[in-house]
Design a protein. Structure first.
Length: 95
């Protein structure tokens, strides 16, 4: 039961999902790996998804990749962030 309690507690903090938008290039894959590392370091159980579907990327209005989307909001685009930079962004987003 503790697992369920933890997940509910995290949802109260605003954790939903994290998406890395990219074209499949090395930079985008690096961003995805850095996001997974940051999430693991923070000990949160947010879903991390790598999105390459151009239609979905365009729905966010992203013009340069890789882009980072937290809770359906674009928080960074156009550069590869290091894991510690991603942690700072996630803290700002309420994690």
């Amino acid at each position: 039961m503790a697992l369920f309690g933890k997940k509910n507690e995290e949802k109260k903090k605003g954790i939903c999902c994290i998406e890395v938008l990219g074209s499949g290039c090395v930079s985008c894959h690096t961003q995805f790996e850095n996001v997974k590392e940051a999430v693991k370091k923070m000990g949160i159980s947010a879903d991390v998804e790598y999105v390459t579907d151009l239609q979905k990327i365009m729905e966010y209005g992203v013009m340069s990749m890789p882009a980072l989307v937290v809770n359906k909001k674009v928080v960074a685009m156009g550069k590869v962030l290091k894991a510690n930079e991603i942690e700072k962004l996630l803290h700002k987003a309420g994690f």
